[in-house]
Design a protein around this ligand. Structure first.
Ligand code: ATP
Length: 301
């Protein structure tokens, strides 16, 4: 296992995993990962190496990074769908995995049947779902807000609706650890809020949640800790506000991003605002006030 100290020096509060206390409360982490590395073959580059983090009960960990950097691959390793090339994953509970691909395939199941499938790990082969399985599925559909579609055909739902159904299926599974690949990517603003609220509620109930997201705002909103893919051998884990700074996000995504604190109806929030550049329409009512220089990845502390 390569020592974490081999990583470039991280910002002061973004401490290397090995020095992070397992838990302020002294409880066992739900999942702990050390020295994790993966590449699809010897001929392909490493997507990540020396990856270290842990997740406690009641925590939502957000994973961020550019496209094709290896986030889905990491989730598949954490869910047991892919075997890491190196390192170790210690995980006690069963994991509920919600994939990124929401294609309906040729399936002609109802929403209720799809959610009930989440109970399969509680059943023997060919066993008919019991009353408690139906109750768990119904409760999950109510919680996620998809109960009204119970008898609709899953394949006829929109992408966003299917995303909510798959989250309900994972909730119905009763897993203590949910791993979700971009759970809010196809959702409108109201449903993004609904999913973040549901995930926060599950965490408040003592579950652990790991999700990928392309929305720094979502991470800042619900996650105490985040994991940021900076480069193939530079993956950082730390407190969200201290990891997802404007300069770090600008360097990772290659465009100026600032992170102001704004007042909202529910309190002050740190948000991430990207500057999409000269594509801004000419009659934009607020002229740009300053030109940011984008820090390069190599310049990150
Ligand atoms: N089965 C596979 N065999 C070989 N390469 C793969 C396989 N699956 C994914 N890859 C490659 O691994 C890299 C990382 O893919 P991955 O889906 O993990 O990225 P990601 O960070 O989740 O991307 P996105 O943000 O676009 O969803 C990509 O270059 C992808 O083409």
């Amino acid at each position: 296992m390569t020592a974490v100290s081999a990583l470039p020096t991280a910002p002061a509060a973004v401490v290397p995993a090995a020095t992070v206390p397992a838990s302020a409360a002294g409880t066992e982490p739900l999942m702990s990962v050390s020295g994790l590395g993966f590449r699809y073959s010897r001929l392909r580059p490493w997507l990540f190496r020396n990856l270290e983090f842990s997740l406690e009960r009641g925590e939502i960990l957000s994973i961020l990074g550019p496209n094709a950097r290896g986030k889905t691959t990491l989730l598949k390793c954490l869910s047991g769908l892919l075997k890491p090339r190196e390192g170790q994953i210690d995980c006690g509970p069963a994991v509920g995995y919600v994939p990124q691909d929401h294609g309906a395939g040729g399936a002609s199941f109802t929403v209720a049947e799809m959610v009930l499938m989440g109970r399969s790990r509680h059943l023997h082969a060919f066993q008919t779902p019991r009353r408690e399985d139906h109750e768990a599925a119904d409760a999950a559909m109510e919680r996620i807000g998809v109960a009204d579609w119970a008898q609709r055909n899953y394949s006829e739902l929109s992408g966003g609706q299917r995303q909510l159904v798959l989250i309900a299926r994972a909730v119905a599974s009763g897993s203590e650890l949910l791993i979700l690949d971009e759970p809010a990517s196809a959702l409108d603003l109201h449903n993004q809020s609904r999913v973040l609220t549901v995930l926060s509620g599950l965490a408040a109930d003592g579950m652990g949640v790991i999700m990928t997201t392309h929305h720094p705002d979502h991470a800042l909103h619900v996650s105490r800790n985040a994991l940021l893919f900076v480069g193939s051998d530079d993956t950082r884990w730390g407190p969200t506000e201290e990891l997802l700074t404007g300069s770090a996000l600008s360097a990772v995504y290659g465009l100026p991003i600032c992170t102001p604190t704004v007042g909202t109806v529910s309190g002050d929030r740190v948000i991430a605002v990207p500057d999409f550049g000269p594509s801004c329409r000419a009659d934009c009512p607020v002229p740009p006030r300053s030109v940011h220089s984008i820090p390069l990845r190599k310049d990150l502390p």
